[in-house]
Ligand binder design. Structure first.
Ligand code: GAL
Length: 410
């Protein structure tokens, strides 16, 4: 009899442990339905830094709708660093009362009323990069606060994290978000320092691959212990990373600098490269004052369709011809996007012999023999058309791109 009771007790214990394990593993997941294609949005940091307030954020939501960006696919309005006030007596974070007197929930309500979503920013350390309260030790409380404000997106930075294990820190925040119960896209921002592409597939929906961007073509700006980088520098740092990206987990090349001082050609290249590389497309300019050229670049629907293609295959560098590099990205239904980049400071006339150049992608297993397979193409920026039977001769201005969408000939 006593033995039976003991067996029953052991069984009950085993059963409850299994339940507990089940509950824990159910908790330990990111929200899988988010980020199936790279996220599209706007973020305050590149233009405004800490100079942000609720009126400006709401204005951006208005312009995102009026400018046609929402129609083009942009979805998130993301508040970066410096929205924070103090923690309350229980440790819950509050918005800064001067900058956000109505609170984040009111901003989220407004952004939602425009059919858009709201993103927020925190940091795995005690302090954010701008010295505001970080989430360390408050991860679950912070995620609960964001969820209660109806936030849809969390960017999580990496300042003040000496001695913290990156995988553990990002896992804790992922679990905290899951526990808070509201689907929030989780954007990892540790600048690629700890190779998140090797460990963050199940943790975040995207991870930054580099340090911060600067609005320049091929520069490095040193800030002492860290550097910020121009467009080509960030592009070159993507080498070897494409195999890690896919639906739900993207290589993030940082928020864009389109409209922030580069030439039109450079802005077009920047946007096209980020798009073909499946980077999240997060505008970083002041949308309110943007020029028509900037608006046209940011809302090029065919370029965005290449970025948002359902296969989610990041482009590969197909041909490296010195100043000219050719990227190719397999798309759904047998289409391809081909991007010719002119890195040089002068215009190039380039001749590309389609039949002469086979394409073999060992990672996505796509292959093209242009002798056997023929395509029509359309220039995504000029609407010019052609086919792949003959040589392609193109003029590419300095720092510019030519982007073609290839569709199989029937
Ligand atoms: C950096 C981050 C930037 C921006 C900034 C805010 O670490 O890479 O994108 O968020 O912090 O302080």
């Amino acid at each position: 009899m006593l033995a039976n009771v003991k067996i029953l007790r052991i069984m009950a214990l085993c059963f409850s442990s299994v339940i507990l394990l089940f509950v824990q593993s159910a908790a330990a997941q990111k929200f899988e339905q988010l980020g199936k294609t790279p996220q599209l949005g706007w973020n305050s940091w590149n233009t405004f830094g800490c100079n942000i307030d609720e009126k400006m954020i709401k204005d951006m939501a208005d312009v995102m709708v009026k400018s046609g960006m929402k129609d083009a696919g942009y979805e998130y309005i993301n508040i970066d660093d410096c929205w924070h006030g103090e923690r309350d007596a229980k440790g819950f974070i509050q918005a800064n009362k001067k900058q956000f007197p109505s609170g984040i929930k009111a901003v989220a309500d407004y952004v939602h009323s425009k059919g858009l979503k709201l993103g927020i920013y925190s940091d795995a350390g005690n302090k954010t990069c701008a010295g505001r309260p970080g989430s360390r030790g408050h991860e679950y409380q912070d995620a609960i606060a964001y969820a209660s404000w109806d936030v849809d997106y969390v960017k999580y930075d990496w300042c003040d994290t000496k001695d913290i294990n990156p995988k553990a820190a990002y896992t804790t925040m992922r679990d905290a978000i899951r526990n808070a119960g509201r689907p929030m896209l989780f954007s990892i921002c540790e600048w690629g320092d700890n190779k998140p592409w090797e460990w963050a597939t199940d943790i975040g929906h995207s991870w930054r691959t580099t340090g911060d961007i600067d609005p320049c073509w091929n520069c490095e700006h040193s800030h002492g212990s860290w550097s910020s980088w121009g467009v080509l520098r960030i592009l070159d740092k993507q080498e070897g990373l494409r195999k890690y990206a896919g639906p739900g987990h993207w290589n993030d090349m940082d928020m864009m600098e389109v409209g922030n001082g580069m030439t039109e050609a450079e802005d077009r290249s920047h946007f096209s490269l980020w798009a073909i590389m499946n980077s999240p497309l997060i505008a970083g300019n002041d949308l309110r004052g943007m020029s028509d050229n900037t608006r046209k670049i940011l809302t090029n629907k065919e370029m965005i369709a290449i970025n948002q293609d359902a296969l989610g295959i990041q482009a590969l560098k197909w041909i490296d011809d010195g100043d000219i590099e050719i990227f190719i990205k397999p798309l759904a239904k047998g289409d391809y996007a081909v991007l010719f980049l002119n890195r040089a400071d002068s215009e190039k006339i380039y001749v590309h012999n389609w039949p002469f150049n086979e394409m073999k992608d060992d990672i996505s297993k796509h292959e093209i023999n242009f002798n056997k397979q023929h395509f029509n193409w359309k220039n995504v920026w000029t609407d010019a058309t052609g086919n792949t039977y003959s040589n392609l001769t193109i003029s590419i201005p300095a720092h510019d791109v030519v982007v073609l969408r290839l569709t199989p000939k029937k």
